[in-house]
Design a protein around this ligand. Structure first.
Ligand code: CP3
Length: 345
């Protein structure tokens, strides 16, 4: 198996810099649309054969060094008892937003093998199918990010309702976050037991909080998950991605993660100076750079690789999810450029 990705996560020497892309299994690939035509998005997540097929597509078509499980961060709150739908154009919607004590009390802490068994089945299938290819990354959403979807009822611009609960009903907010945290610990432990070889925690909305609110209302829950996973004895590297989190790095460096994911708003060498040795960095090309002419794209790849040398391990990635409008040939060119430009003699 190509274990370059796992080695880089652990800060071990590698022959070349490994690369994968957030949202690499998705709508920029015509082959994804071909499978997706037959299902709704959630049906596809719950059909292990289909989820496994689209997970492997970018490995075969684009040449990435890791596969990421095809699923969604919002299957956890759905399993906790919050009905979820994905609407064309609008994205995820929680039909009964969680805004009061009765709603928080109704949420359960699901047994992952029972309520999320389809994810574990997908992981088991993938490990068989990926055996000689690349490692499999499992993932979950971080509690703050999950809470924003539950409280707002979907995506949001200013997160008013989330911040309102944080500021005016902190005990209720804490109960909600505790439940999400407990559910996520069980879920990620189950993913590791089923065969996930690395685990990424997505804190997609962390960047909407100022540093002191992050310290009080988001970071402790993410850290609790990462510490619990480490204490469980799993050898899967842990990755924490706080999107738009450059100003939170002085905190995130103490998350307990082996790897910190970074968006493009900070240079990797500056980030490496803040986090210090012993933590690998993952990132951080602006996804829109994939629309540049190849020579300019290659220059940007070279710059990210150069800055990444300052870190104790670098996994090349985009700074956020690949944009659906991206031509697949450009993604393939980027992956080849990362491999070619980083290869040690
Ligand atoms: O990265 C991968 O390829 C693995 C699969 C994956 C998906 N979602 C598939 C998906 C992962 C890791 C996620 C995580 C996720 N989901 C996050 C965190 C990462 C990030 O982007 O910050 C968040 C916030 C979500 C919630 C979510 N799911 C939203 C807001 C949307 C709608 C917006 C959009 O991009 O359409 C989704 C839907 C979704 N999740 C799609 C895919 C491939 C599109 C579904 C489709 O119509 O086919």
């Amino acid at each position: 198996m190509n274990s370059t990705f796992l080695k880089a996560c652990r800060g071990e020497p590698v022959d070349y810099t490994p690369v994968w892309m957030m949202r690499q299994a998705g709508r920029y690939l015509p082959e994804y649309h071909r499978v997706r035509r037959n299902f709704t998005f959630l049906e596809m997540c719950k059909t292990p054969e289909a989820a496994a097929e689209v997970t492997i597509q970018p490995v075969d078509l684009i040449g990435v060094d890791a596969a990421i499980l095809f699923s969604d961060i919002l299957v956890v709150p759905e399993a906790m008892g919050a009905p979820l739908d994905f609407l064309e154009k609008q994205g995820p919607v929680f039909l009964a937003p969680v805004r009061d004590k009765a709603a928080v009390d109704k949420l359960i802490i699901p047994d992952p093998e029972d309520k999320l068994g389809y994810v574990m089945a997908t992981i088991r299938l993938l490990r068989k199918e990926l055996a000689t290819k690349v490692p499999l990354i499992g993932f979950a959403g971080a509690p703050f990010t999950i809470a924003t979807y539950l409280i707002e009822g979907g995506s949001s611009k200013n997160f008013f309702l989330t911040k309102k609960m944080m500021y005016t009903a902190p005990a209720l907010y804490g109960r909600l976050l505790d439940k999400i945290t407990a559910s996520t610990i069980l879920y990620l432990k189950a993913q590791a037991a089923a065969g996930a070889q690395a685990l990424q925690l997505f804190d997609s909305w962390a960047g909407v909080l100022g540093p002191s609110d992050f310290r009080e209302f988001a970071f402790p829950y993410a850290r609790r998950i990462l510490k619990a996973l480490k204490e469980s004895g799993t050898d899967a590297p842990l990755i924490y991605f706080a999107n738009n989190g450059a100003t939170l790095l002085t905190q995130s460096k103490d998350s307990g993660a082996d790897v910190l994911g970074l968006d493009w708003r900070i240079n990797l060498d500056d980030a490496a100076r803040i986090v210090g040795p012993g933590i690998a960095l993952q990132g951080n090309l602006d996804p829109c750079a994939l629309l540049l002419p190849p020579d300019q794209l290659e220059q940007r790849v070279a710059r990210v690789l150069e800055q990444g040398r300052a870190a104790s391990g670098h996994i090349f990635n985009l700074g956020h999810g690949i944009v659906p409008e991206t031509p697949p040939a450009q993604a393939k060119f980027m992956v080849e450029a990362v491999h070619r430009l980083s290869r040690r003699q």
